[in-house]
Write a protein that binds this ligand. Structure first.
Ligand SMILES: Nc1ncnc2c1ncn2[C@@H]1O[C@H](COP(=O)(O)OP(=O)(O)OP(=O)(O)O)[C@@H](O)[C@H]1O
Ligand SMILES: [Mg+2]
Length: 251
């Protein structure tokens, strides 16, 4: 089953820069779809379009469709708060709030008006377990989120997203600030989470792209050059530009 169907999506910023050009793509659920390619290809713009975070950027024009649950989420009538709850996002730098570990995970739920202590406790524990942090942090829940390692902070950011029970998790270079051990933990975690969620990942290097991709999309200067299974993309790319990038000849 596909979770998103993207039809002729184009995005143009205020400076007239066309950052995405006629993108057509389907995103499968319960799989990891990797977006990769050289800098400025449009990967982050694409991710920000799917949960309408681009609304907050200097976008001048968006056209085409992003179909999610049979609705085109680019329509003005979309409830973007609800959309962002269902499509959570993790960014490249861990950005915990200046609050306790507990409060970081509970934050979104409290904002939604949940004040039942038992429910919050349960939700926090569940989210920390899913992010494989509970065993490390269960006795430090009241400590500052800044008191834990960068890798733990990034998993905490993931727990914060998971607490809202999203359907889709998007991650934009989530391990670019992490060491190899912390990176491996995040990768392992994503491989577990894909059983339950749709995952869209913009990795920070091509090795991670090749390791993680069930499906892969190669973006170059705002165009989707090639889309296929991860295996095909990295073993047997069809387009010459993909071949060159994958074999390390540019980028
Ligand atoms: N807020 C913005 N205002 C104007 N132009 C932007 C903005 N954000 C991105 N762009 C432009 O859109 C194009 C695509 O950028 P984007 O950040 O989506 O690429 P990317 O593939 O994520 O690159 P990277 O690998 O460096 O993260 C670039 O030409 C960039 O300069
Ligand atoms: Mg980017």
């Amino acid at each position: 089953m596909n979770k998103f169907r993207i039809e002729d999506l184009s995005v143009r910023y205020l400076d007239n820069n066309e950052s995405l050009r006629k993108i057509n793509m389907e995103i499968e659920e319960n799989a990891i779809t990797v977006l990769f390619g050289p800098a400025n290809g449009g990967k982050s713009t694409f991710l920000r379009t799917l949960n309408r975070l681009n609304d907050l950027a200097d976008v001048k024009e968006m056209s085409g469709k992003v179909i999610f649950h049979e609705d085109n989420i680019l329509e003005k009538t979309t409830d973007v708060i609800e959309l962002r709850r269902r499509i959570g996002m993790v960014f490249s730098r861990p950005v915990p709030l200046p609050l306790s570990i507990y409060e970081n995970v509970a934050y979104g739920l409290i904002m939604e008006g949940e004040h039942d202590k038992k429910k919050l406790d349960n939700a926090v524990e569940n989210a920390l377990r899913k992010a494989v942090l509970w065993d490390e942090l269960y006795d430090r829940l009241q400590d500052s989120a800044y008191a834990i390692s960068g890798g733990q902070q990034q998993r905490l950011c993931l727990a914060r997203v998971l607490a809202l029970e999203p359907e889709v998790i998007m991650l934009d270079e989530p391990t670019s600030a992490l060491d190899p051990v912390a990176t491996a933990k995040i990768e392992e975690l994503l491989n577990q989470l894909k059983a339950t969620y749709t995952i869209i990942l913009a990795p920070h290097n091509i090795q991670q792209a090749a390791r993680m991709a069930d499906y892969a999309a190669f973006f170059l200067m705002g165009e989707l050059i090639e889309f296929s299974s991860g295996k095909e993309m990295f073993l047997n790319p069809r387009d010459r530009r993909t071949q060159e990038y994958v074999s390390g000849r540019y980028g």
